[in-house]
Design a binder for this molecule. Structure first.
Ligand code: A4P
Ligand code: MG
Length: 280
C-alpha cells in the first residue's frame, strides 16, 4: 500500500494502478512457482511392452513444465499381487520436484496412464501402466480421491524396493522408519506376522499355512498380538476389525487395519510383503 501511494505521488494517473496490479500478479505467480515439493511415484505394469511404456511415461513427466529434477529407479520384476493381477509385474519408481498441487499432479499422472492405454475394467487387474502418488513432500492428504502417503506402500516390496534406490533416508510423514528401514523389515526371516482383531485366528493361520506351503522359503512365523511382546518386533501386524483401542501396537506404520477379513485380503497382503522382487 505504501508503495502504491508512493508511485501515485510520482505519477498521479489511473494507469499506474493497472501497472501495479499486473506487477503484483506476476510476482505472486513467480512465488507460487518457486514452491517446489518433492514427489515420489510408484510405477507398475504387466501388459504390453512395459519397459518401453515406463520409459515413455518418465520422459513425458520429465518434459512437464512444472516438473524438474526427475530421477528414475532401475526396473524390477515382481510377483503379482491379487488373484486377478495376471502376469508378473514390472515395477519402478521416480522422484521429482514439482510445483503442481497434489490433486493436479494426480490428474497429470492419470493423463499419462490414459495415454499409455490404461483401462480400469477390473480392480487390481492387468494394466499397461499404473502411477501411484506415494509421497508429496511431508504433506498428508486424506480425501475421497486422494490419500497421501499412499495407504498401502509401506508393506509392498514392489514399491519400497525401487523407492529405496532413490530416497532411502526419507522418513514418510506419520512413520518412524525410513524407506530403507521399511524395505529391510520385509526382508527379515523368519518373517514375523502378528495377527489380531475380530477374526478367527485358527482360520487366519490356515490361510497363512496354505500360502507358506506354496513356497517354504518364505518362512513366515505367525504370532498372536500381546502387550508383553510389542509389535515393533514384528515384520508386519495385521488387525482385522476396526476396534482401534484394542490394537496390539502403538506403531501405526507396522499395523495394517484390514476392515474386513477375507482369505483373499490376507493372501494379497502377504504376497505384496514377502513376494519376490528382482532388479533387472
Ligand atoms: N487414489 C487415492 N489415493 C491415490 C494415490 N496416492 N495415488 C485413487 C493414486 N491414486 C490414488 O486408482 C483408483 C483410485 O485411487 C483413483 O481414482 C484415485 O482417485 P486406479 O489407479 O484407477 O486403480 P488401481 O490401480 O486398480 O487401484 P490402486 O489402488 O492404485 O491399485 P494398487 O494398490 O496400486 O494395486 N502386483 C505387483 N507385483 N506390482 C504392482 O504394481 N499393482 C497392483 C495395483 C496390483 N498388483 C500388483 C501391482
Ligand atoms: Mg493406481
Amino acid at each position: 500500500m505504501k508503495l502504491r501511494a508512493f508511485l501515485h505521488r510520482l505519477s498521479p494517473t489511473p494507469a499506474i494502478d493497472v501497472v501495479i496490479d499486473v506487477a503484483q500478479l506476476i510476482r505472486s505467480n513467480l512465488n507460487r512457482r518457486l514452491v517446489m515439493i518433492q514427489a515420489a511415484v510408484a510405477i507398475g505394469g504387466n501388459l504390453g511392452d512395459v519397459p518401453a511404456t515406463i520409459a515413455a511415461a518418465c520422459e513425458e513427466l520429465a518434459r512437464h513444465e512444472s516438473i524438474s529434477d526427475l530421477h528414475c529407479s532401475h526396473l524390477f520384476r515382481s510377483t503379482p499381487m491379487g488373484s486377478a493381477a495376471g502376469d508378473p509385474f514390472w515395477n519402478a519408481a521416480c522422484v521429482f520436484a514439482t510445483s503442481l498441487d497434489p490433486y493436479v499432479l494426480l490428474a497429470e499422472l492419470q493423463r499419462v496412464e490414459n495415454s499409455a492405454g490404461r483401462t480400469r475394467a477390473v480392480r487390481w487387474g492387468p494394466r499397461t501402466l499404473d502411477l501411484d502418488l506415494i509421497l508429496y513432500g511431508d504433506k498428508i492428504v486424506e480425501s475421497e480421491t486422494l490419500t497421501v502417503p499412499h495407504p498401502h506402500f509401506w508393506y509392498r516390496r514392489f514399491v519400497l524396493g525401487p523407492l529405496a534406490e532413490l530416497i532411502p533416508n526419507v522418513v514418510p510423514p506419520r512413520f518412524s522408519l525410513s524407506i530403507l528401514e521399511l524395505a529391510a523389515r520385509l526382508r527379515q526371516r523368519p518373517f514375523r506376522l502378528q495377527i489380531g482383531g475380530e477374526c478367527d485366528i485358527a482360520d487366519v493361520r490356515g490361510v497363512v499355512d496354505r500360502f507358506v506351503a506354496e513356497d517354504r522359503s518364505k518362512e513366515i512365523k505367525v504370532e498372536l498380538p500381546s502387550r508383553a511382546e510389542p509389535a515393533r518386533a514384528a515384520s508386519l501386524a495385521l488387525w482385522f476389525g476396526d476396534s482401534r483401542q484394542q490394537a496390539p501396537t502403538d506403531d501405526e506404520s507396522l499395523l495394517l487395519r484390514c476392515a474386513e477379513y477375507t482369505p483373499q485380503v490376507l493372501t494379497d497382503v502377504l504376497a505384496a510383503a514377502v513376494g519376490k522382487i528382482e532388479r533387472t
